[in-house]
Design a protein around this ligand. Structure first.
Ligand code: AMP
Length: 272
């Protein structure tokens, strides 16, 4: 893979990279399209990373459809697919314990112990083999994006991290490979996450944060089967939890909840 990228660059074609865990949907394909806008060579990886799953059941049930994904990527105009096996990707590799800083200590951090160390380790391995000029990450996984940007800077990884907006279904549900595991009833209930976030967006900066949180809680109460893990409002850049708006002009509302068999996450940018 590194040789493919090196040849591409030698021939004057910069390399854009989209790392994924497969079961591709429009959200992933939007990242590929965005990479394509700036790079003559686009590579996508598909690797279900065992290091980032703190829940064995989630890992076992994670959807896998490599052949369908390959066909979709071909149609989308992706130039190369990197789909390594775990023993190849991690051959001779000893995981590093990264200094993740405060970004990882909230939201997904406490809920998924070890998750972000697993994410950063696999991203380092993927970058090591792919050697991209730029890598594309979705705002859907806002904390992951913020953390990767932070680590790339801290570790001086020679790659530009490019954020891409969240792609949603018509009813607002953020596209996710895990949505395929929702039955029709749960699929309907799952829209409450986006509805809760839009309440926060409508009330944000107009009312104190505790009042916004109360309104969101009232909205979530309409779907008692959806089990909230967290909802909160954070600083846009550091993701530090906020109790007051202060003089900032942007913030992020973040939510995670269990819906039937799957845990879903979503977030929305709030602008003053
Ligand atoms: P995943 O395969 O879920 O690990 O996601 C691979 C990349 O696609 C990550 O950078 C995600 O943030 C991004 N992604 C996943 N879902 C969406 C979405 N609905 N909209 C935009 N990007 C997404």
């Amino acid at each position: 893979m590194a040789e493919w990228s090196a040849r591409s660059r030698r021939e004057g074609r910069s390399v854009g990279f989209v790392p994924t865990m497969g079961a591709l949907h429009e959200g992933h394909l939007a990242l590929v399209a965005e990479a394509r806008r700036s790079h003559p060579s686009v590579v996508c990886s598909i690797f279900v990373n065992p290091l980032q799953f703190n829940n064995l059941n989630d890992l076992e049930h994670y959807p896998r459809q490599l052949e369908a994904d390959r066909a979709l990527l071909l149609k989308t105009g992706c130039d190369a697919l990197f789909a390594p096996q775990a023993d190849g990707l991690f051959a001779g590799f000893v995981p590093t314990t990264y200094s993740l800083g405060a970004i990882a200590s909230h939201w997904e951090g406490p809920s998924r112990p070890g998750h972000f160390q697993g994410v950063v380790n696999v991203v380092e391995r993927l970058f090591h083999y792919v050697r991209p000029d730029a890598a594309y990450f979705g705002e859907k996984d806002r904390q992951q994006l913020t953390l990767i940007r932070h680590i790339a800077e801290q570790e001086r990884w020679p790659v530009r991290i490019v954020p891409c907006p969240t792609v949603r279904e018509a009813d607002g549900l953020a596209m996710s490979s895990r949505n395929a595991r929702l039955n029709a009833k749960d699929r309907q209930k799952a829209t409450i996450l986006y509805r809760a976030l839009t309440v926060a967006r409508e009330l944000g900066f107009q009312h104190p944060i505790p009042a916004v949180e109360q309104a969101v809680a009232a909205t979530l109460a309409q779907e008692p089967d959806v089990v909230l893990d967290y909802f909160g409002i954070a600083d846009h850049d550091t993701l530090e939890p906020l109790t007051q708006w202060g003089d900032r002009s942007m913030a992020v509302a973040l939510i995670a909840a269990q819906v039937g068999p799957v845990r879903l996450i979503d977030n929305l940018t709030l602008v003053r």
